[in-house]
Design a protein around this ligand. Structure first.
Ligand code: F6P
Length: 350
């Protein structure tokens, strides 16, 4: 009897999800396995909603952004008493031999717990545009997002210059400022504010003023949505938490632009790149990277090795235990911040 394999994509979408499904599906279907997509992440397993991927044109699929099978942030461990049994029942009903979970911290965290608590035969594939999973050097979707943000900053230069303005650009990243850092450095931003290195507005404005005095007509400031920004000893970033205990983020670029106008009377505008960073087609790198991860997940399934996640280490695709994949969040290292020291503000904070 052929293997029956389920796949889900959970959390915020990331360019390359379809390529990962493609890498997985091509190898599994070629090996005679049956591939079943569960719609909208873990919700599809809780509600038993499926879509057959058996006859999908995988080759064609890989160029598109988004995810063919939908995604959601639902997680059976939010209400484990009712939702975990639903997931287990769906797995039994479909007589699944394996389940492949493609997602970030939340999705893979649930996968890890289902593997350890219920011996569910699970394999993980990491994804997040935020690039903040410790067990892998990079996640697919990240470089696509960086490309969008870099281009936006590049393009804003001309209008900033025409109007002698500062453009403050907000990138995604609640805890980790990877997109802001990479795009900011690539675009030669005059200031980069990330959660990992709290910054003082006085410092930022001082730097901008110095640039203006030196003849600069315009400037670009890259701000992560979760940047920790201080002014006169007070943290201006939100201390409010949402229902999951996470800081409420967003609005940083608007606030920073307003303060620049007020403090140094340099005209400033803000732009929130938002979901554009997750939109559109993946870069060629992300397509191939995601294909490779998907193919490795298929290999793990075919070899009957569960509780692992495919990951990238030093350019190679490797396997790591799911548990290590969700153990820690990967923040921008001091090494990176020091290497590009001149882009970031000196260490500030309280
Ligand atoms: O985790 C990925 C991410 O893109 C974050 O950078 C961002 O804060 C969040 O998702 C936005 O999520 P939503 O799609 O729920 O608005």
């Amino acid at each position: 009897m052929s293997l029956r394999v389920g796949v889900l994509t959970g959390g915020g979408d990331a360019p390359g999800l379809n390529a990962a499904i493609c890498g997985l599906g091509r190898r599994l279907v070629a090996a005679g396995a049956e591939l079943i997509g569960f719609e909208d992440g873990w919700r599809g397993l809780m509600q038993d909603r499926t879509r057959s991927l058996q006859h999908e044109n995988f080759q064609h699929l890989l160029v598109y952004g988004g995810t063919l099978i939908g995604s959601s942030g639902d997680n059976p461990y939010r209400h484990p008493a009712t939702d975990v049994p639903k997931v287990l029942a769906t797995v039994r009903r479909h007589r699944l031999d394996a389940l492949v979970a493609i997602g970030g911290e939340g999705t893979l965290g649930a996968a890890d717990r289902l593997f350890r608590d219920h011996a569910l035969p699970i394999v993980g594939v990491p994804k997040t545009i935020d690039n903040d999973l410790e067990a892998t050097d990079f996640t697919f979707g990240f470089f696509s997002a960086v490309e969008v943000a870099t281009r936006a900053m590049d393009d804003l230069r001309s209008t900033a210059e025409s109007h002698a303005r500062v453009m403050v650009v907000e990138c995604m990243g609640r805890h980790a400022g990877w997109i802001t850092a990479y795009a900011g450095v690539a675009a030669g931003a005059e200031g980069i504010l990330v959660p990992e290195r709290p910054a003082h507005l006085e410092e930022l404005c001082g730097r901008l003023e110095h640039l203006r005095q030196s003849g600069a007509k315009s400037a670009i400031v890259a701000v992560a949505e979760g940047a920790r920004v201080w002014e006169d000893g007070v943290c201006l970033s939100s201390s409010e938490r949402d229902e999951f205990g996470e800081y409420r983020t967003g609005g940083m670029a608007e606030l920073v632009a307003r303060r620049i106008r007020e403090r140094i009377q340099w005209d400033a505008r803000h732009l929130v790149l938002g979901h554009l960073q997750r939109a559109g087609r993946p870069t060629a790198f992300d397509r191939i990277f995601a294909l490779r991860l998907g193919a490795r997940a298929a290999r793990l399934v075919l070899e009957g090795r569960f509780g692992y996640m495919a990951a990238m280490r030093a350019g190679e695709i490797v396997e790591v235990p799911l548990q290590t994949a969700v153990a820690a969040r990967k923040l921008i290292s001091d090494k990176f911040l020091d290497r590009y020291e001149s882009f970031f503000l000196p260490i500030g904070g309280p």
